[in-house]
Design a protein around this ligand. Structure first.
Ligand code: ADP
Ligand code: MG
Length: 269
């Protein structure tokens, strides 16, 4: 029996424009008869094991976010199927957590309360807040538990998201370009937080969409590059270099050049 955590088998995803201008995705060929149709992902096959940190790379618009949403069960593929722990995905699950670029902290809750939301299994509210402070301390966010998200910098908000994800101990953590809007130095710090999160949650499977090749090289144990749309898996590489890694080191230099090459960059290395 194949025990892969996530199995993506022959998945094709298309968005269909039917009545009006709204694009919708359909998991049902019958519905798209009279509509315009755009195939975004074509025949995607993947096996991802529990605890893997997989980075997904590809040009803007190639379907990276769509792939995450299909695996998370936000909508159905037009063809093929996704299985998690052997069970066919038929909708989002509470033990999956999404972290987006724009962040998803509740603006009406303090940072401490936001993290405490992930600790609902802890019955005592004081204990919840105490634990949320401890998770915030793990990402160097002491003393902000009573602040509201708008009072923090973008980097601090993403740190709080990481603390919340740690507290939730998700089965699968989906991260869709979580650090794109941040400055370079903040991103370097957040990479360290991500490595820490991965050590803290060894059974959590992480799917991480990024445009930053060095970020992917530094963090992941596998890299997947999607082709131009309709996207297929263009390249899949395992990185078994031990942490801490330097993306500019000889160990990773050749792979780095190959990835740039796959993404059509030949000179700016
Ligand atoms: N709801 C939607 N309706 C129609 N087209 C969509 C929808 N969402 C995404 N697309 C299109 O699908 C393609 C892939 O989008 P997306 O998965 O967001 O790409 P990426 O995350 O790689 O930038 C793009 O061409 C985008 O315009
Ligand atoms: Mg996207």
């Amino acid at each position: 029996m194949n025990t892969s955590k996530i199995k993506v088998d022959q998945v094709t995803v298309e968005y269909t424009k039917s009545n009006g201008s709204k694009w919708l995705s359909f998991g049902n060929h019958r519905k798209r008869k009279d509509g315009e149709c755009r195939v975004v992902l074509h025949d995607i096959n993947l096996r991802i094991e529990a605890g893997e940190f997989v980075s997904i790379l590809g040009h803007s618009g190639c379907g990276k976010s769509t792939l995450l949403k299909i695996i998370a069960g936000f909508f159905k593929p037009a063809a093929g199927e996704v299985r998690i722990d052997g069970r066919k995905v038929d909708g989002p699950r509470p033990d999956h957590v999404f972290v987006f670029q724009e962040g998803a902290l509740f603006p009406w809750l303090t940072i401490g309360e936001n993290v405490a939301m992930a600790l609902r299994s802890v019955a005592d509210s004081k204990e919840r807040l105490q634990q949320s402070r401890e998770y915030l301390a793990l990402v160097a966010l002491e003393g902000v538990e009573n602040d509201y998200p708008h009072m923090l910098s973008g980097g601090m908000r993403q740190r709080a998201e990481i603390a919340r994800a740690m507290a939730a101990r998700p089965d699968i953590l989906f991260m869709d370009e979580p650090f794109s809007g941040l400055d370079h130095l903040t991103r370097l710090h957040l990479r360290e937080e991500m490595l820490y999160l991965h050590i803290m949650l060894p059974r959590t499977t992480i799917l991480f969409v990024t445009h930053d090749i060095d970020e992917a090289l530094q963090l992941s144990n596998r890299l997947i590059i999607l082709s131009e749309p309709p996207a297929r898996v263009k390249c899949c590489r395992t990185i078994d270099v031990p942490h801490p890694r330097n993306p500019a080191s000889d160990d990773l230099g050749e792979l780095r050049a190959q990835i740039y090459h796959h993404l059509g960059v030949h000179t700016a290395l």
